[in-house]
Design a protein around this ligand. Structure first.
Ligand SMILES: [Zn+2]
Length: 331
């Protein structure tokens, strides 16, 4: 018999005495099996995972054969309703004291007596996170950066990263000593459990290509864990490892307006010498062609400066000499 979706919620009393109700879904196939937790929108402007989870839920009710899936599409409602990365912060704010204090993904396992975000994290942790055997944390970074899996290259986390089937994997060292509070994925891995993060490309938006890649990744993981029948569908040229040695950054030779090549987008394969676009110079209105110095896959694309994930000026197509125009992971 097909498993049913249970609508659940976690209630958190916040400082002003009111209650934050975080809705979530549980789909239980009954019997033995892993408990796979999928979390989205810890950051309020990163909502592509929310739609990914909504699409994944009916796949679970149709196809789940073993174990339990716990789906939290809107982990940080305070930040979503604020329409920014974190509650209380202003436009283009990052790594300030206010941001650090309210950044949900630095506050695990939460704090019953802490600020409102830490309290929500605490109740999610107690009622949901502690039950999980496997975890996927869905985020979004800047629209000029390609989607990627972030994972520690250890045990089952490595396998999950590869099975997800995204173009890129960004490996990091396993955390050795853990200062709490910390990130949800670090906390999970430090407990000997398997976890990955997926960074979709694009904040403040939901794009079909990203959502489809996300749903395929989640189905692949459920198949890998024996929770759904069938083999994972892993596209060719996926799981390309992002390392410092393979990263080739293309910098602007002069100031002007950088215009990307038509029909070229993130994740695309480029050949050495291929046009990446042009710069229209702001002193004499001449045009300078920009070409790929080496072949590989587009990992970053578009004029960008220090913090394009939070700053609109930092993703403006007007570049200064030395600004990043593209990043290529060489073949
Ligand atoms: Zn995030």
């Amino acid at each position: 018999m097909a498993p049913e979706l249970s609508e659940k919620s976690v209630k958190t009393r916040i400082a002003d005495g009111s209650e934050i109700v975080t809705p979530w879904w549980e789909i239980d196939a009954g019997g033995e099996g892993p408990t796979l937790l999928i979390v989205a929108a810890q950051h309020g402007n990163e909502v592509q995972g929310t739609e990914t989870i909504r699409r994944f839920a009916p796949v679970c009710t149709e196809q789940l054969r073993a174990g339990t899936v716990m789906l939290v599409p809107m982990a940080n409602l305070l930040a979503i309703r604020h329409r920014r990365n974190s509650v209380k912060i202003g436009p283009e704010e990052k790594q300030t004291e206010l941001h650090r204090a309210n950044n949900m993904n630095r506050l695990w396992p939460g704090d019953l007596e802490g600020n409102d975000v830490a309290r929500v994290a605490h109740s999610l942790h107690e009622q949901i996170v502690t039950r999980a055997t496997h975890m996927v944390d869905l985020h979004c970074w800047c629209r000029l950066w390609a989607a990627a899996v972030l994972a520690c290259d250890v045990g089952e986390s490595s396998r999950m990263a590869e099975i997800a089937g995204l173009r890129f994997i960004n490996w990091s060292e396993a955390p050795d000593d853990l200062d709490l509070p910390t990130q949800l994925r670090k906390l999970t891995v430090s407990r000997g459990l398997a976890a990955i993060t997926i960074e979709f490309s694009g904040q403040f938006c939901v794009e079909e290509h990203q959502v489809l890649g996300g749903v395929r990744a989640l189905v692949n993981l459920a198949r890998m864990l024996g929770m759904m029948e069938g083999e994972p569908e892993i596209p060719s040229e996926s799981g390309i490892k992002v390392t410092d040695e393979r990263k080739m950054m293309v910098e602007a030779p002069c100031a002007g307006l950088f215009v990307q090549a038509p029909d070229l987008k993130l994740e695309d394969r480029v050949e050495a010498g291929q046009s990446l676009g042009h710069i229209l110079l702001d002193d004499d209105l001449s045009t300078v062609e920009i070409t790929a110095p080496e072949g590989g896959w587009l990992w970053r694309y578009g004029s960008q400066r220090e913090a394009p994930d939070v700053s609109l000026p930092d993703q403006h197509p007007y570049c200064d000499a030395g600004d990043t125009l593209a990043g290529i992971i060489t073949a």
